[in-house]
Write a protein that binds this ligand. Structure first.
Ligand code: GDP
Ligand code: MG
Length: 313
């Protein structure tokens, strides 16, 4: 019998490269929110992959990018701190087309690879979204990346289609130290339901408001009342929700104009967001959900440390 391996793996990469999509695919449960807009992951979300040969605890980090303002600085620091603590770093990059349509290695990506190669933890370089580019265009890009690594190793995946993901998982497991499982077999995430609830609500705000409400939205769950929750959750799929959870949450925005968009004409938008969020919460919790959703303006919350604390970040 082969050895059991286990460890912590930090998922790093610039915003929008597909970190959350990969995490969700690996864990097989929806634990991180995925959005077509950059920077939707703010916190550290842990997903656990269980295999007979080992256990991988994944940390989904905020995207790394040029730091501007307090929020961005916090995000970059969180990302690098998770990398330092990890047993292995997975750096995701994507083939972004240059002016002539061919994917190019940008100076920013080059710098990121070099910067992370200097960390204590070993690193695997992974190109995601290979489904989106023709092979002949992809290969020169991959060769350029490989040249940056001492072992020349680059893995190709599509988190969306699952292509290469199983091979990636095997490679990751092989790099982890020998050790007992770190989590119980039933554990897929250690993030509190309360935090997941806030993420699900924020996902619906972003989904329904598109560009108008950029990243100015933060959601705080003020109260998570489980007094009428059933001892065992039901399943939304079979229509068998059990018990009731009451959730009181606030959506913080930076400007009155954003608040007006989120509330909509005679409250129509807030009602739609609330209904979709409630359905998602019921699936998550296996219980009926009563959702009380309020909207508040907290000017410039994302630019100061005090503001970040106020919205719970
Ligand atoms: P994150 O910011 O790194 O967490 O990125 P997300 O996982 O939120 O993904 C950002 C966008 O890229 C979403 O629209 C995803 O659907 C898309 N995406 C992620 N992985 C792939 C992939 O393998 N192929 C393609 N074509 N799109 C992907
Ligand atoms: Mg993400």
């Amino acid at each position: 019998m082969s050895l059991h391996r286990s460890g912590v793996v930090a998922l790093l990469g610039r915003p929008n490269v597909g970190k959350s999509t990969l995490l969700n695919r690996l864990v097989g449960e929806k634990v991180a929110i995925v959005s077509p807009k950059p920077q939707t992951t703010r916190g550290r979300i842990l997903g656990v992959v269980h295999r007979p040969e080992g256990q991988v605890a994944l940390v989904d980090t905020p995207g790394i990018h040029e730091a501007k303002g307090a929020l961005h600085r916090t995000m970059v620091e969180t990302a690098l701190a998770s990398a330092e603590e990890a047993d292995l770093v997975l750096l995701l990059v994507e083939p972004v087309a240059g002016k002539d349509g061919k994917p190019v290695l940008t100076p920013a990506t080059r710098e990121l690879v070099e910067r992370l190669s200097r960390l204590r933890a070993p690193m695997l370089l992974v190109v995601n979204k290979v489904d989106a580019v023709d092979k002949p265009l992809l290969l020169p890009f991959v060769a350029e990346l490989a040249a940056l690594r001492p072992d020349g190793e680059v893995l190709l995946i599509s988190a969306r289609t699952g292509d290469g993901v199983e091979h990636l998982l095997h490679t990751v497991l092989a790099r982890l130290p020998e050790g007992p499982p770190l989590f119980d077999p039933g554990t897929f995430t250690d993030q509190q339901e309360r935090g997941l609830a806030a993420e699900l609500i924020r996902e619906q705000v972003l989904r329904h408001t598109r560009q108008e409400v950029p990243h100015a939205a933060a959601v705080v769950v003020e109260e998570f009342d489980e007094s009428e929750r059933a001892p065992r959750p039901g399943s939304a799929a079979t229509g068998g929700l059990q018990g009731l959870v009451r959730i009181f949450a606030t959506v913080f925005l930076e400007r009155e104009s954003q608040k007006a968009i989120v509330i909509g004409k005679r409250g129509a938008m807030l009602k739609t967001i609330g209904t979709d969020a409630r359905k998602a919460l019921e699936r998550l919790l296996g219980a009926h959900v009563y959702l009380d959703l309020r909207v508040k303006v907290e000017p410039r919350w994302s630019e100061t440390e005090a503001g970040l604390r106020k919205v719970g970040l």
